[in-house]
Design a protein around this ligand. Structure first.
Ligand code: MSP
Length: 640
């Protein structure tokens, strides 16, 4: 049985995953699931990159031990990946012993081969990229990737890796293996870079404690990129489990973002050549996902939490959007409007509606049991064409075309049922057999489409298969056998609730009118009940309690109690002044999910217009504690 070892970039843990990092994991997961569906033994690795200075700084800012901070972040990352249904087989952290052993072994090998030497580095360093920058890489003295951050000028004794020595072998490798880096535009870019020559790179940082000591000079730590790249070998046992390493190395595919393809297709292969190890078979440099046309950035408030998106309709509509709407390898964009539109078109109106309609007709006319009664119409040929297109696209990593091929079959089935199963056919008992064949064909087309969609929408496709009477366990389904048309057998169709109810406005970003009276939340003493002070549910529902997310927070000058918050209410971004300054530092609040009264009339507090009120538990004589949730919540959700 063939095997496939697939990896993603490992993430810096100085902040939570955003939609861009999630995009990479989702698309890699689609590839992993496709390989498994194709009967290939698959090993899918993800992980966290922890030895970054930014990670260290973030831990210190929070007053935490860096390792304890990374432990906490691991849980956050894992929980997001679970929410998005990512099926990794292994998750590596660069602080694990297996990783340290592998890094030290590989560094020692390069050193023993004469490829690491001592020197001095003097120049720019961008901490956000964790990369050394040449003067010519800077724009107005700033790193173009991080224009709000000044690069650091560093001067230190470093160890260097002889990257320049590998320029010719790398060029030869690129030329002999055109598939080594895909897509082609990134390959061409890297070829040009190689042709222009390579400089040696620093592989250590002096005077730092957070990192893995160089085995031959323990007062230096390994430069974070040299460290991180080795995770791919470490995870499959390099230096610790030879048999496992023999089985899985070299990797078949590294999925990484376009910004880090140079590290993966120049630096990493040169390190492997130096250590005498085989090179990965392929690196795929995917494009960038923006949010509303802007680069995702926490500091600019243009970052989007994938849990928030997955909470609106579950993980599958998001997975489908990212896979089908963005040509894999190119850049893409996410907007709530477009997301709602695609949800309604592809899922609510199309696939979801088709499944419901078929199930309803099967129940009404055939007691939910379908069997073939005569020759099939045109759908088997469409299914065949979709299968062929799908497989070719998925094998070529054109994931968007794979998803589109599955939907071509859905579209064809929808047209077919609309055209054939008209009331005339259903009403006339003489047509009963013909109707049953139509329904059988449509059920079969839905079944085939669901098998094709399993990698993209694992949960929903499994549910559709169950409803279409598929008896094989999902994990045992195989593309070659089970995505082919089956013109025989009995189908027991299962009924179920609408898979994707139409999104009616709830998701689109629209102005929420603000009415009512009120002020920002200063702690209040409990009121003594006066007679019957109960209210009706209708009265309660007049108070619009909503989930919101804090985007910015700052102290209100000359006020001990007040903080000025900018919050995302799901419908808008607004300022709220809250009386919580004695209990919270502004920076603790950024990114936090809170509950607000959204329909208060604006009120001025210390000269600032407050548009709503933040809810907090306010014990008498004590400090306020913000109301929160024990699971992730989407801004805009109603609290009731
Ligand atoms: N830690 C390094 C990778 C080391 S791999 C040995 C790193 N981490 S990262 O957290 O900054 O990025 C993780 C991955 O997410 C990278 O592949 C990066 O390209 C990708 N993305 C980050 N932002 C992205 C988008 N907005 N869109 C798509 N992918 C994005 O780099």
């Amino acid at each position: 049985m063939s095997r496939f070892y697939l990896t993603t970039a490992i993430d810096y843990v100085n902040s939570r995953p955003h939609l861009g990092t999630a995009y990479e994991k989702i698309t890699a997961d689609v590839i992993a699931r496709y390989k498994r569906l194709s009967g290939v033994e698959t090993h899918f690795l993800m992980g966290n990159d922890e030895h970054s200075q930014n990670v260290y700084k973030r831990a210190v800012e929070r007053g935490m031990d860096p390792l304890a901070y990374c432990d906490q972040m691991e849980q956050e990352f894992r929980s997001v990946w679970t929410q998005l249904d990512i099926s990794f087989d292994d998750f590596i952290r660069t602080t694990e012993p297996r990783h340290r052993i592998a890094v030290q072994k590989l560094a020692q090998r390069c050193f023993d081969n004469g490829d690491i030497y001592e020197g001095h580095y003097e120049g720019w360093y961008c901490v956000s990229c964790e990369a050394f920058k040449q003067e010519k890489d800077l724009v107005d003295g700033k790193c173009p990737e991080h224009p709000t951050l000044a690069p650091e000028w560093i001067r230190e004794k470093n160890y260097f890796f002889k990257l320049s020595k590998y320029r010719d072998p790398l060029l030869a490798h690129f030329r002999e293996h055109p598939g080594f880096l895909q897509p082609d535009n990134r390959r061409n870019e890297m070829l040009r870079l190689l042709e222009s020559g390579l400089e040696d790179i620093s592989v250590s940082r002096a005077g730092q404690l957070w990192g893995i000591p160089l085995p031959f000079a323990a007062d230096n730590v390994v430069y974070v990129w040299f460290d991180a790249l080795i995770n791919y070998a470490a995870a499959v046992g390099y230096g610790t489990e030879d048999a496992m390493f023999g089985k899985w190395w070299p990797a078949d595919l590294h999925v990484v973002g376009k910004d880090i393809t140079r590290f993966h297709t120049v630096v990493w292969p040169a390190m492997l050549m130096s250590a005498g190890l085989p090179l990965p078979k392929q690196v795929f440099g995917h494009g960038w996902v923006n949010f509303g046309g802007q680069r995702m950035s926490k500091s600019l408030g243009t970052s989007l939490d994938p849990s928030d998106v997955a909470q609106r309709f579950g993980p599958d509509p998001l997975r489908l959007y990212l896979v089908k709407e963005i040509s894999y390898g190119g850049d893409g964009d996410f907007t709530w409007e477009r997301y709602a539109e695609r949800y309604n078109v592809d899922l609510a109106n199309n696939l979801g509606n088709l499944v419901s309609r078929l199930a309803a007709m099967a129940e009404k006319y055939r007691g939910s049991r379908l069997q073939p009664t005569g020759p099939s119409g045109r759908l088997p040929a469409v299914a065949d064409a979709s299968f062929t297109k799908y497989r070719a696209a998925m094998d070529a990593l054109a994931l968007h075309e794979g998803a589109a091929a599955a939907f071509q079959l859905v579209d064809a089935a929808k047209e077919f049922i609309a055209e054939k199963a008209q009331w005339t056919l259903a009403k006339d008992p003489a047509n009963a057999a013909a109707l049953e064949q139509v329904l059988f064909d449509v059920a079969e087309a839905i079944r085939v489409a669901a098998v094709l969609l399993l990698p993209v929408m694992p949960g929903s496709a499994a549910e559709i298969l169950r409803r279409m009477g598929e008896r094989t366990r999902v994990g045992d389904l195989r593309l070659d056998r089970d995505a082919r048309w089956r013109g025989e057998g009995v189908r027991d169709i299962q009924q179920g609730a609408a898979l994707w109810p139409r999104a009616e406005g709830a998701i689109t970003v629209e102005e929420t009118p603000i009415g009512g009276a009120g002020e920002a939340s200063a702690p209040q003493a409990p009121q003594a009940p006066s007679g019957d002070n109960r209210i009706s549910i209708d009265e309660f529902m007049k108070v619009e309690l909503r989930v919101a997310k804090v985007l910015e927070a700052e102290a209100v000058p000359k006020s001990k109690k007040l903080l000025k918050l900018k919050v995302d209410t799901g419908a808008d971004q607004r300022t709220i002044v809250a009386g919580i300054a004695e209990a919270y530092q502004p920076e603790q609040l950024i990114g936090r999910t809170i509950v607000i009264v959204a329909n208060l009339k604006p009120a001025k507090l210390m000269g600032i217009e407050s548009n709503g009120m933040v809810l907090a538990g306010s014990p008498e004589g004590g400090l306020p504690t913000l109301v929160g949730f024990d699971a992730a919540m989407v801004p805009g959700s109603r609290v009731r």
